[in-house]
Design a protein around this ligand. Sequence first.
Ligand code: GSH
Length: 381
Amino acid sequence: MECSDGGTYILYSAPHSLYAGRARAYLIKRCIPFEERSVGHSSFTEIKPIGKLPTIPTLVTPNGEVIRDGAAIIDHFESTFGRLFRPISPLQDMVSSLFDVIGSEGLRRPAMHYRWNFPEDNDEFLHYHFFSLFRPDTPDREQKTISVMEMLRTTTKMRGVTGDTKELVEGLYIELLDALNSHFQHTPYLLGGSPCIGDFGMLAPLYGHLARDPYPAALMKKLAPRVYRWVERMNRESQDAPEYFDFDTDFLQKNEIPETLIAVLRVLSQDFVPETVASAKFLNLWLSEQNPETGSPAVFQLGTSPLGNVEFQVRDHTINAAIAPYRHFQLQRIHQIFDEVETKTQIQIKQILKSCDMADILNVRLNRSIGRKDNLEVWLD
Ligand SMILES: N[C@@H](CCC(=O)N[C@@H](CS)C(=O)NCC(=O)O)C(=O)O
């Protein structure tokens, strides 16, 4: 199968970035030749205006196309060079897409908490990484490093981690590690012998923050060795699954969704569903009041939350988190998969979502769609 258009790609990224980890793993698994560059590289100045936001990952293809956003980078390869990591079975495709959106949007609380709330263990390591983003001749390099780190530390609260919710966030994360660790007893990847789109989404928080920063890395190694091995495996070109002995390299049998994976989704549903329901309610009201122009941005700069916050309940705790339309943008794929299949398959999808307490996800739809134009997520008609 043709994998790429032959030349070398440039990936603007950073070793400690949450979202860059997802795109990097995809390029590795797809055997795409690429060179990683820092956002501090002089060439990024020309790329930034085309990417519209200075976020990583941003990819430049051999013919000069600039693609900002991890999901868009993956979609580019899946649609241009062949569908390799999106299962053909609509049930598996739906589960894979669900893991993708939860990985990229639903695990920011543990990812931020375990990065920023353990300064004694993490800060020296993080300082090295953030300092290294700036070129050595950058004026006030140290001060700039501290400012970036302090700005990002505030996003922990923005996502809903406070003194009142900290234990809940930790409890849910430990349950997730436990459930994933049990699942990986049976298969090397979420859906069998090959990674799916959902593996890449889940890798975003589970690699860049949770498997690398000193405090959570130790926790993962100690509590969930199989999850740690999956993180390693996802960053290697080969299947890297010797401990599964003769496991093949395909997805599981048509339509098979293992019970251990349902158990993982059940853990994830606990805050993902109420947050998504509350966020959709908020945004639908906001859309009817503000009626944003078609083509206006539905994405904002990191550290800002211009739309406001929502409150939702998880196990008797109230979480207050910033609104991010992006999760609804990604959920559109799940709605599209559901809408396009025959009734019999729709019933099976509903059964699976019900069994993992995610039935509401199908009904949580915004009154306006979100699309992508010139590298930005924008409101459509
Ligand atoms: N939706 C984007 C999010 C990318 C993102 O927020 N990346 C972070 C680093 S992990 C970033 O570049 N932040 C810098 C900024 O927003 O200015 C994606 O999936 O690629």
